[in-house]
Design a protein around this ligand. Structure first.
Ligand SMILES: C[S@@+](CC[C@H](N)C(=O)[O-])C[C@H]1O[C@@H](n2cnc3c(N)ncnc32)[C@H](O)[C@@H]1O
Length: 272
């Protein structure tokens, strides 16, 4: 079982600040489904001692409890540690502990000394500035176990519109948009849920702006698919984008879930 090191008493400085604790049951189901179904994530969970950290779980630890249950379907002995900077939220989570498989601890971007193979940080960076968000990425990836992965993203209150970035120790690798297509008028509706490192870049001249406009244009072209339902229209939208040379990484099986994943280089802010 993974052993989670503790920072020495008196040296434990949690990096970051408490923010609003909004969360909801099942809010993070889309990213969890993607994590469980993504080969690179499955491989990191193959570690002999798989430790996963959920950073910033909010007012209740419900999404951490759900993450643990979902990961157990692919790795029954996975150890999940919820880390939260607000001490009252850590105290509120204690009754949900199931040691050693599920634990909660106070900490910040330094991860309370843990070295996870997988780190999920969802809806944590919204209230930080963009420079702080970039800095937090550096801090968090520096704390990963060798070969470890960070998934950092944002979604609406009920998890129907989500975006996230997968990073390894070298930086961002992929970018994913995921939604329930029945709830969008057009793909660029997801712009309001972009990660902090991209949300200010949805402006002309920036790659993420071009991607969202390109998706909107294919969504319009895919209008003849409306009678087959919004999911079929989304699949056709992504197929058209890929056919036009965009480096779409995933396959039709994932598009049917309302997803699209591209290399980070497709959206990396101009000049980075
Ligand atoms: C909006 S809640 C998100 C809850 C949950 N992850 C979700 O997506 O539903 C954000 C939480 O992140 C916590 N937080 C903010 N900065 C943090 C940091 N640096 N380290 C740990 N927790 C942090 C806040 O205290 C808050 O409880």
């Amino acid at each position: 079982m993974a052993k989670v090191p503790r920072l020495a008493a008196g040296r434990a400085r949690a990096l970051g600040v408490p923010t609003r604790g909004t969360t909801n049951p099942n809010r993070l189901r889309r990213v969890d489904r993607w994590l469980v179904g993504t080969p690179s994530v499955q491989s990191v969970l193959d570690s002999p001692t798989p430790l996963v950290v959920d950073l910033g779980y909010g007012a209740t630890p419900v999404t951490t409890v759900e993450l643990a249950a979902r990961l157990r379907t692919v790795r029954p002995d996975v150890h999940v540690l919820g880390v939260e900077i607000d001490p009252e939220r850590v105290a509120a989570a204690k009754p949900f502990e199931d040691p050693p498989l599920l634990e909660f601890r106070r900490g910040g971007f330094e991860l309370a000394g843990a070295r996870p193979v997988l780190l999920r940080a969802f809806n944590v960076l919204r209230q930080y500035t963009e420079p702080e968000a970039w800095q937090s990425w550096s801090t968090m990836i520096s704390r990963l176990a060798p070969g470890g992965l960070l998934v950092e993203g944002t979604c609406d209150e009920i998890g129907r519109r989500c975006t996230w970035v997968l990073l390894d120790a070298d930086g961002p690798r992929t970018f994913t948009l995921a939604s329930l297509p029945a709830t969008i008028e057009r793909p660029s509706d997801l712009a309001e849920r972009l990660p902090k490192t991209l949300i200010h870049r949805n402006i002309p001249g920036e790659p993420v702006y071009d991607l969202l406009r390109a998706l909107d244009a294919r969504w319009a072209t895919a209008a003849p698919f409306v009678p087959f339902g919004p999911r079929a229209r989304w699949v056709e939208t992504v197929r058209l984008l890929a056919a036009d040379g965009w480096p779409v990484l995933d396959t039709r099986r994932r598009w049917r879930l309302g997803e699209i994943t591209l290399p980070w280089s497709s959206v990396a802010p101009a000049g980075t």
